[in-house]
Design a protein around this ligand. Structure first.
Ligand code: MN
Length: 327
């Protein structure tokens, strides 16, 4: 998806000051954000309290929305730089087109992974004939300096690895958990896993003590290390953990609880994130925005989309600068 805010804030991300030196259990309740005219999402990252978890820099949880009588998701062509988009559906279908010529409709448990590198454009739409409910998590991963100017790549992983044991089913989107390793391309040590817990399941999953982690409840409710976690909320777990204890709560309709476990090596580089761009300075971001609005070849064109592109909003009045020091 796109950041559809017409006055998006510039965020300075990265650096190690915000990384817990050991285990933490900080609740990130998220914030309701209006996307477009009528779609609300819960933004878990970045928030006032936390900017990143590993290289994960953006997490929106949306739905389930009943789109039976509407068009559903309609995000016009827009650009990205310096990041990867990870789209995860719990219900529904999305039609992705991009300036590489990718034209893919994906559903639950499939991973479309778009690496923007130096620049890409894409559109995302609910198909004309679509399932009744749309429910998912949209995530961005910051690319490290060494590869951020790489040529863009789109990967569609229709089958993902995972495992089932004692009330938990793990699906590994990115990285590795419990011996199941995804073939999705990651450019920093990173993990992203969907965990489905049967009601009352009481399980431990293995973690890497060098990673920092966060866990989000996308469906139902859970207990994470004894702390209750309701739908749409996230816990920051810090570093230094070797295991994570999870209990599945009861859901109203008897469906399993779904969690998303995100982790990675703390991201040390300092970056600037504004609208749909990640760069290293305000000047760079301003240049990306000018190039997009001028229809530069940097981003290419999305062929087949019927409608206008999203224009980059006006840059904030204060120049974007990566400051030397951050909280
Ligand atoms: Mn997008």
């Amino acid at each position: 998806m796109s950041n559809l805010d017409r006055r998006p804030a510039a965020r300075e991300l990265g650096g190690l000051e915000g990384t817990a030196a050991g285990p933490a259990l900080d609740l990130l309740p998220g914030k309701e954000v209006l996307l477009g005219e009528s779609t609300y999402v819960r933004r878990l990252l970045p928030t006032l309290g936390r900017r990143m978890v590993g290289a994960w820099a953006f997490v929106d949880h949306y739905g389930p929305d009943d789109i039976a009588d509407g068009a559903g998701m309609q995000v016009a062509p827009h650009p990205h730089t310096g990041l990867q988009t990870v789209s995860w559906l719990l219900e529904g279908e999305v039609h992705h087109r991009d300036s590489l010529g990718s034209d893919v409709t994906f559903g639950p448990r499939e991973l479309p992974l778009m690496t923007a590198g130096l620049g890409i454009a894409h559109s995302e739409q609910s198909p004309v004939s679509h399932p009744r409910f749309l429910h998912g998590v949209q995530l961005w991963v910051v690319l490290p300096d060494a590869v951020r100017d790489m040529a863009p790549v789109f990967e569609h992983h229709a089958a993902l690895p995972g495992f089932t044991s004692d009330g938990v089913t793990a699906t590994v989107l990115v990285g590795e958990l419990g011996g199941a390793r995804s073939s999705a391309t990651a450019h920093t040590p990173l993990v992203g896993v969907d965990l489905e817990l049967t009601p009352g399941a009481d399980v431990e999953v293995p973690l890497d003590p060098a990673f920092e982690y966060g866990v989000l409840t996308s469906t139902g409710a859970a207990e994470v290390e004894g702390a209750p976690l309701t739908t749409g909320a996230m816990l920051y777990l810090g570093t230094g953990r070797r295991t994570l204890r999870l209990r599945g709560g009861a859901t109203a309709d008897g469906r399993p609880t779904r969690l998303m476990l995100l982790g990675g090596e703390p991201f040390e580089e300092r970056v600037v994130m504004w609208w749909n761009f990640v760069g290293r300075s305000g000047e760079e971001i301003a240049h990306y925005a000018e190039q997009w609005n001028a229809e530069s070849d940097r981003f290419g064109a999305v062929v087949g989309y019927d409608g206008a592109r999203l224009e980059a909003p006006p840059l904030p009045p204060v120049p974007l600068k990566a400051r030397g020091r951050e909280r």
